[in-house]
Write a protein that binds this ligand. Structure first.
Ligand code: SF4
Ligand code: SF4
Length: 88
């Protein structure tokens, strides 16, 4: 699932822009985050993890570019074993 941004929750902080590995998020004229090239979204979940307003829905466990440290913390919170096959 490509990340989805719920603009009504977005406060325009821009944090998601900074973490997107493909730099495909921008702020529109209303200072709301938008994904302008969804075909390049790799569903890493980094933007959703970074958003302070929970305004982004994306793969909750991430893959590829979300650091293993972050993944480890998420697994701990969600009580998912380290070698679980629930994540890629
Ligand atoms: S899920 Fe990853 S690639 Fe997709 S918009 Fe968010 S940070 Fe960028
Ligand atoms: S991190 Fe969240 S609140 Fe900040 S610009 Fe991105 S979507 Fe909006």
């Amino acid at each position: 699932m490509v990340a989805v941004i719920f603009t009504e929750r977005c406060n325009g902080c821009g944090w998601c822009l900074d973490v997107c590995p493909h730099q495909i998020i921008s702020l529109n004229e209303n200072k709301k985050a938008e994904i302008y090239d969804a075909d390049r979204c790799i569903e890493c979940g980094a933007c959703a993890l970074q958003c302070p307003k929970d305004a982004i829905l994306a793969h909750p466990l991430g893959c590829g570019c979300v650091s293993s440290v972050v993944r480890k913390k998420i697994r701990k919170v969600l009580h998912i074993p380290e070698k679980s096959t629930e994540c890629c």
